[in-house]
Ligand binder design. Structure first.
Ligand SMILES: [Ca+2]
Ligand SMILES: [Ca+2]
Ligand SMILES: [Ca+2]
Length: 336
C-alpha cells in the first residue's frame, strides 16, 4: 500500500516525521562573528581577500561572483599574507588583495582549529565543471598552504559492472557542511557514495593562518562561467546545537544504490531549495549541526534518490518541515 502522503506519480514515498512543529535553536559559536564581530557574508569585496585566475571578481547583493579564465582558479578565505620564496620560485607576483582592520588576514586573525572544527560554505558551480573541491591550509603566516583536504563534488555512483562514476551535483548553489577534522565525516552518510576526503599534511588542529579553496579540480571554469560564494562559516562543531530529522518511507531500500538528501529552503513552497546533506543512510533519522547555517528561518524537505550509471533518479519527496529558527530574533538576517 502506498502511503497517503505520497506525491502522485511515485510508487515509493517518504514522510517527514520531525520537525513537524516550529522549533528554535540557539546560534552556534562562529569564527568571524566571534573574532571579527561580523559575518563572512559577501557583503564586502574583502570577504574574499585574495583570488587567482578569476576575471574581475566582484560583490553584488551579498554574492561574490568570479568569472572563470580557463586557468585553474582558487581563492583564499583567510589570507596567509604575502608569500615567501620557497627555494625555487616566488609565488603571487600579482594578485588582488583586500583587507581592512586586518581582516580576514590570517597573521592577525588565525583560526583556532581546535575550536572551529567545521566549515560551511554556500557556493555555486556549474555542473559540467564539478569534479572535486580542494581546501588547503597554512600553519604559519606567509606560508604556502600545502595541507590538503579534498572531496568529490557529487556522489560516487556505479555502472553495471560496479565501476565508480561521479554524479556531480546540479548547477547552482549547494551548502557544503564539512567536518575539517574528518572525525565525523561519515556520520549519517553512506561511505560508498561519499568517500572520505583525501587529506595530506598537518590536519585541522592548532592555529591556521591561511585557507585556500579550489572550487573545481581538473576542470577549470572557462571564460563566461561563474563561481559564486554567498557565505562562509567556521563554527564550533562540538557545542553546536543539532537539528534532528526523522522520516518514514515505503518501498525505498536501504542499500548502496539508494540514499536520502536533505534540502533547505527559505520558505515552505516551490521545492526550489538547496542541497545541504546528501548520501544519507535510509535509516529514518539524521542530524544537521545548526551552526552550519547562518542565523535565520529555514524550511527543509527530503528527497529519496536512486543512483546508478553516473546519474540520479528521484523516487520520492517529502512535504516541507515546520519552520526551523536558528538564533535569537535580533540576530537573524536573510540567509543568502
Ligand atoms: Ca551573502
Ligand atoms: Ca522556496
Ligand atoms: Ca541515520
Amino acid at each position: 500500500m502506498a502511503c497517503c502522503m505520497a506525491l502522485s506519480g511515485y510508487a515509493a514515498s517518504i514522510r517527514l516525521a520531525n520537525p513537524t512543529n516550529d522549533v528554535e535553536y540557539p546560534a552556534a559559536e562562529e569564527f568571524a562573528e566571534q573574532r571579527l564581530a561580523r559575518r563572512l557574508d559577501m557583503s564586502r569585496n574583502r570577504d574574499i581577500p585574495v583570488d587567482y585566475n578569476f576575471i574581475n571578481p566582484y560583490v553584488s547583493n551579498g554574492e561574490w561572483i568570479a568569472q572563470g579564465s580557463g586557468q585553474q582558479g582558487y581563492f583564499y578565505v583567510l589570507n596567509p599574507g604575502w608569500l615567501l620564496w620557497d627555494g625555487t620560485r616566488y609565488f603571487y607576483t600579482n594578485y588582488f588583495h583586500w583587507y581592512d582592520g586586518g581582516t580576514p588576514f590570517g597573521p592577525h586573525n588565525p583560526i583556532d582549529a581546535t575550536k572551529f572544527t567545521h566549515l560551511s560554505i554556500r557556493m555555486s558551480i556549474p555542473q559540467a565543471r564539478r569534479d572535486w573541491i580542494a581546501l588547503w591550509w597554512a600553519d604559519r603566516p606567509r606560508e604556502w598552504p600545502t595541507n590538503l583536504f579534498n572531496f568529490y563534488d557529487g556522489y560516487v555512483t556505479y555502472d553495471g559492472s560496479m565501476a565508480p562514476m561521479l554524479a556531480p551535483w546540479p548547477s547552482g548553489y549547494r551548502v557544503y557542511v564539512l567536518d575539517l577534522t574528518g572525525a565525523e565525516w561519515y556520520r549519517d552518510l553512506r561511505p560508498e557514495l561519499t568517500p572520505a576526503p583525501n587529506s595530506l599534511g598537518s590536519g585541522w588542529s592548532g592555529n591556521k593562518f591561511g585557507l585556500r579553496v579550489d572550487p573545481t579540480g581538473v576542470k577549470p571554469l572557462p571564460v563566461g562561467e561563474d563561481a559564486r560564494v554567498s557565505w562562509i562559516r567556521f563554527f564550533d562543531g562540538a557545542t553546536s546545537p543539532e537539528i534532528e530529522f526523522d522520516w518514514e518511507n515505503e518501498d525505498i531500500p536501504n542499500s548502496a544504490y539508494y540514499s536520502i538528501q536533505l534540502w533547505v529552503d527559505s520558505d515552505n513552497s516551490g521545492y526550489d531549495g538547496e542541497l545541504v546533506m546528501a548520501g544519507l543512510v535510509n535509516d529514518d533519522s539524521a542530524t544537521l549541526k545548526a551552526g552550519a547555517l547562518p542565523p535565520g528561518d529555514y524550511y527543509f524537505y527530503l528527497r529519496a534518490v536512486r543512483h546508478e550509471n553516473g546519474g540520479l533518479t528521484e523516487l520520492a519527496r517529502s512535504e516541507y518541515s515546520a519552520r526551523v529558527r536558528i538564533g535569537a530574533a535580533r540576530a537573524r538576517t536573510t540567509w543568502w
